[in-house]
Design a protein. Structure first.
Length: 118
């Protein structure tokens, strides 16, 4: 099983980034997918999630209206589109997979660094 994130980097405030998470080794289309982030000295927090068929999404209040979490089951990939980035969005971003709302996370990616700074 692998979850491989990509797309992180350095961006100026107000800019955009799109993170990708490519999955393999499990039936991606049957899993709820999430993005978490962890800033230095802080706990890991849930940023966004999307159900297996893509019918439902949820977002942290801090990113609502700025981030979206589309998925492409045919490509075994989930994305995090981040717009209007702020310095407080700086963190390591992780994708995760779980069987449903009632389950804990089954798989984690290795993380990708996002730094928002001028």
């Amino acid at each position: 099983v692998q979850l491989v994130e990509s797309g992180g980097g350095l961006v100026q405030p107000g800019g955009s980034l799109r993170l990708s998470c490519s999955a393999s080794g499990f039936t991606f289309s049957m899993y709820l997918m999430s993005w978490y982030r962890q800033a230095p000295g802080k706990e890991r927090e849930l940023v966004a999630l999307i159900t297996s068929a893509g019918g439902n999404t949820n977002y942290a209040d801090s990113v609502k209206g700025r981030f979206t979490i589309p998925r492409r089951n045919a490509k075994n990939t989930v994305y995090l589109q981040m717009n209007s980035l702020k310095p407080e969005d700086t963190a390591v971003y992780y994708c995760s997979a779980q069987r449903g709302y009632a389950y804990s996370v089954d798989y984690w990616g290795q993380g990708t660094q996002v730094t928002v700074s001028s």
